[in-house]
Design a protein around this ligand. Structure first.
Ligand code: ASP
Length: 453
C-alpha cells in the first residue's frame, strides 16, 4: 500500500486534478490520498490557505465575511464546473464555511487554525467527488475518523502517540480514502493545524500508522535539487538522499518537503519518493534510510536560510566553569527562546537563534540577565545572519573538503561569522551575513559540481 500526497499546485485547477486522477489510477497500491488546499494557479495568484487566513482575520475583526467566502468558494466552483459535478457539492462546502463564522472558539489562535484547515477539509471532499465521478471508488475520511490526535497549542503541535494506536485499528473501506492534510483535532476536539506546508506531515503520519510500503509526495518539481534553483542556475538533481541529509537540507531552506514530516517515516523506516504531478514518469528523488556513498567527498546539497541572530559570549576559562551553559540556556528558556546551534570553544560560546523568536525587548532583557548572572568579558549580538548548510553523508570522510570550501568562500568574498562542523557528522554549518548567502551557496555548489566534491 502506498500513501500518496498531492501539494497545492497539483490541485489548483481542474486540469491539474485530471493529472492527479490519472496518477491514482495508474497504480492500484495508491490507496491513501492526502490532499493540500488548492494552491496558486499562476504566479501572482493567492493560495486558498492564505485567503482563509484573511477570512479568519475578517471574522475576528467582525467584518462581513461573505465577500471573502465567495472568493474562496470560486476556487472550488471552478473545479466543480470543470468536472460537471452536481452543484450541491460546493453549496454544502459554502454552508459549512458560513456555519464556522457563527461558532465560538477557545481563542483567536484556535479560530485561525479552524479556518485555515478548511482549505484541505473542503478540498478532500471535492477531490473525493471528482474521483468518484471519474469512476474510481474513493471516499472522504476525516482525520478524526482516522484517529489522528494532536497535542499542544496552535503554533506548537505534536502528534499524540495515541494516533498510532488508533490508526492500527482503522479498517479500510472498499475504496481509496481521500484525507485532508495539514490539520487534525486535539483531545478537546478542537481543530489545530501543523506549520505551513504541513500536509506533508499528515501523509507521513498516515504512512507510518497505516504501515505503507512507500510514501509518494507529489509536487511541482521532478527532483530535489542540490541547491535552490533561485540561487544557482540549473542545479543538479539528487537521485537519492538519506533521511538525515534531507532533514538538514529541509531545515535550512529546501522547501520541497517539510522538515518535520520526516520524523514519522524515519521512525517506521518508510522511504519517501518526491515526484512531479506534471511529469509523473520521472523517477523523482528517493529519501531513504541509507544510500551507497560512492564518492566519499560528495556534497549532496547546499542550502541557505536567512534571518538568524547570534549571541556571542567571551570569557576566559568558560570551559572550566561548571554550569555556565546551563545558566545561559535557562535564561533563554525563561524568555521562551529556543536556540538553533551552539558552537563553543574554551573561552567562547555562540548561540544562534531564529530572529523571529526575538523582540528588541527580549534581547535587552536577555542581555541584562546574562551580564548579571554570567559576567562575560564580551557580549555581542550579531544580526542578519544566514545559515548555510553543506550536507553530505561523505563529508566526514573527506580530508580536504573544509579547506576547499573556505578557499572558495574567500575567493567569493564571503566572510563566515561562525563555522561549525555539525554534531550530526554529515553537515557543515556556516553563518554568513544575509547579503552574502547567495554568493556562499554559489561558491560551495560550484565546488561540488566541478570537482565531484
Ligand atoms: N495548505 C497549507 C499551506 O498552504 C498546508 C499545505 O499545503 O501543506 O501551507
Amino acid at each position: 500500500m502506498k500513501v500518496i500526497k498531492f501539494g497545492g499546485s497539483s490541485l489548483a485547477t481542474g486540469a491539474q486534478l485530471e493529472k492527479v486522477s490519472r496518477i491514482i489510477q495508474a497504480d492500484a497500491q495508491r490507496r491513501v490520498i492526502v490532499v493540500s488546499a488548492p494552491g496558486k494557479r499562476h504566479a501572482g495568484d493567492t493560495k486558498v490557505t492564505d485567503l482563509l487566513k484573511e477570512l479568519a482575520d475578517a471574522v475576528l475583526s467582525r467584518q462581513d465575511p461573505l465577500p471573502l467566502i465567495d472568493v474562496i468558494l470560486a476556487r472550488y466552483s471552478e473545479i466543480q464546473t470543470h468536472f460537471a459535478l452536481a452543484e450541491d457539492v460546493v453549496a454544502k462546502l459554502r454552508a459549512h464555511l458560513i456555519s464556522l463564522t457563527q461558532q465560538t472558539y477557545s481563542s483567536a489562535a484556535y479560530l485561525r487554525d479552524a479556518f485555515m484547515a478548511q482549505g484541505e477539509h473542503m478540498n478532500a471532499q471535492l477531490v473525493a467527488a471528482v474521483l468518484k465521478a471519474q469512476g474510481l471508488p474513493a471516499c472522504f475520511v476525516s482525520p478524526q475518523t482516522l484517529g489522528i490526535v494532536l497535542a499542544g497549542q496552535p503554533g506548537h503541535v505534536q502528534v499524540d502517540p495515541q494516533t498510532y494506536r488508533n490508526l492500527a485499528q482503522f479498517t479500510f473501506p472498499d475504496a481509496d480514502i481521500v484525507v485532508p492534510g495539514f490539520y487534525a483535532f486535539d483531545a478537546q476536539q478542537r481543530i489545530v493545524t501543523f506549520p505551513r506546508g504541513g500536509s506533508d506531515i499528515t501523509g507521513s503520519i498516515l504512512a507510518r500508522g497505516l504501515h505503507a510500503d512507500l510514501y509518494e509526495n507529489f509536487t511541482d518539481v521532478s527532483w530535489v535539487y542540490a541547491a535552490d534553483p533561485h540561487l544557482v542556475k540549473g542545479p543538479r538533481a539528487i537521485n537519492t538522499v538519506t533521511y538525515r541529509e534531507m532533514r538538514e537540507l529541509a531545515y535550512a531552506g529546501f522547501s520541497v518537503f517539510n522538515d518535520e514530516a520526516l520524523i514519522p517515516v524515519i521512525e517506521a523506516n518508510i522511504c519517501v519518493n518526491i515526484k512531479n504531478t506534471n511529469d509523473p514518469t520521472a523517477p523523482g528523488t528517493l529519501i531513504s534510510p541509507t544510500k551507497n556513498v560512492k564518492h566519499h567527498h560528495h556534497i549532496t546539497g547546499v542550502a541557505a536560510k536567512k534571518d538568524f541572530t547570534a549571541l556571542y559570549l567571551h570569557r576566559y576559562l568558560i570551559n572550566a566553569q561548571v554550569g555556565f551553559t546551563l545558566k545561559l540556556l535557562q535564561i533563554l528558556s525563561n524568555y521562551g527562546v529556543p536556540y538553533e546551534h551552539m558552537p563553543s570553544g574554551i573561552d567562547d560560546l555562540t548561540v544562534i537563534i531564529d530572529k523571529h523568536e526575538l523582540t528588541a525587548a527580549k534581547q535587552q532583557a536577555i542581555t541584562e540577565e546574562v551580564q548579571a548572572q554570567i559576567q562575560p568579558d564580551t557580549l555581542e549580538w550579531l544580526d542578519d545572519l544566514a545559515i548555510v548548510m553543506v550536507v553530505g553523508e561523505g563529508l566526514y570522510a573527506s580530508i580536504d573538503l573544509v579547506p576547499r570550501i573556505m578557499v572558495a568562500l574567500a575567493d567569493a568574498g564571503v566572510t563566515p561569522a561562525v563555522i561549525n562542523q555539525g554534531a550530526s557528522r554529515i553537515s557543515l554549518m556556516l553563518a554568513v551575513p544575509n547579503a552574502q548567502a547567495q554568493a556562499a551557496v554559489q561558491a560551495i555548489y560550484g565546488l561540488s559540481s566541478n570537482h565531484h566534491a
